[in-house]
Design a binder for this molecule. Structure first.
Ligand SMILES: CC(C)(COP(=O)(O)OP(=O)(O)OC[C@H]1O[C@@H](n2cnc3c(N)ncnc32)[C@H](O)[C@@H]1OP(=O)(O)O)[C@@H](O)C(=O)NCCC(=O)NCCS
Length: 245
């Protein structure tokens, strides 16, 4: 019974027929896929809900093939973060930190070369214009990025593993992520990292608030997407952060 449920869950996967560009050079078919994804997502957006159990799971340890040190970004290190991601907005990054969200970073020779944000309280998901209510015991990871000069050297996998082991030691039960249905490359990377797809959120972009619904895999319940952030959840995130300090 449990096995057949798992088999059905494993079948949830994006088709990849329409997909966002992953930066690789592509022919006419590839360009049509990207153009189709752009047109479709102007009106209709989907995000897949993915999860990785932290409790009771054997978390593999990966080592990067370049020397890196893992840490959590401190408010006085924002300059380094902005050198690493010059397109990001200082105020937004500072707000993330003061809201209790954390940024796990990889340092190499005094510079950040890879980073990933995490949240244990409500988090705004701009793509669907809603807050994700992160359930108690879950940690939501988002906005991971590696310096293009350091890609393909296992830095992301190594930091991911470090972060998951640390989150488990903190008592967190599940790591969760959202990925756009058309972001096929990111879905592949998250799946390779061991995350399972447990359902999808749907958003029809209409003037006003739009139409929302979700389609969980059998036996799954997806956390709500809400129009407003709950102050209680935000406070929970800050308390969690203070406990870790
Ligand atoms: C995604 C990203 C962080 C990976 O960083 P990285 O340090 O190069 O990753 P790693 O070297 O640890 O490789 C991670 C795995 O993802 C795979 N991978 C990386 N890019 C990929 C792509 N475009 N398509 C498919 N798989 C890919 C690697 O092959 C590797 O899998 P493997 O261990 O089975 O070989 C980096 O490519 C990036 O910053 N991309 C732009 C931002 C982005 O897409 N973020 C979303 C990530 S879910």
């Amino acid at each position: 019974m449990a096995e057949s449920k798992l088999a059905r869950t494993a079948r949830i996967r994006p088709s990849g027929r329409l997909r966002f560009s992953d930066g690789a050079r592509s022919g006419t078919k590839g360009l049509l896929r990207v153009a189709g994804a752009k047109v479709l997502t102007t009106f209709y957006r989907r995000m897949l809900f993915m999860s990785y159990p932290l409790d009771g799971a054997e978390i593999p340890v990966y080592n990067a093939n370049v020397s890196v040190q893992f840490d959590q970004l401190k408010p006085d290190e924002l300059d380094s973060y902005l050198r690493f991601r010059p397109d990001s907005d200082r105020r937004e990054m500072a707000q993330r930190l003061s809201a209790g969200h954390r940024c796990f970073v990889c340092w190499h020779e005094g510079e950040i070369v890879e980073a990933c944000w995490s949240a244990t309280s409500d988090i705004y998901v701009g793509y669907v214009r809603r807050y994700l209510r992160v359930p108690d015991g879950d940690v939501y990871s988002f906005d991971s990025y590696a310096d293009p000069r350091f890609r393909g050297r296992g830095v992301y996998m190594a930091r991911n593993s470090y972060q998951a082991r640390l989150n488990r030691a903190e008592g967190l039960k599940r790591s969760i992520a959202l990925v756009a249905y058309e972001n096929y490359a990111a879905w592949l990377i998250l799946s390779r990292s061991g995350l399972k797809t447990l359902g999808a959120y749907h958003y029809v972009r209409l003037p006003g608030s739009g139409i929302y619904w979700n389609t969980p895999a059998p036996g799954q319940v997806l956390p709500p997407l809400t129009a407003k952030s709950s102050a209680a959840a935000a406070q929970r995130g800050r308390v969690f952060q203070a406990r870790q300090a």
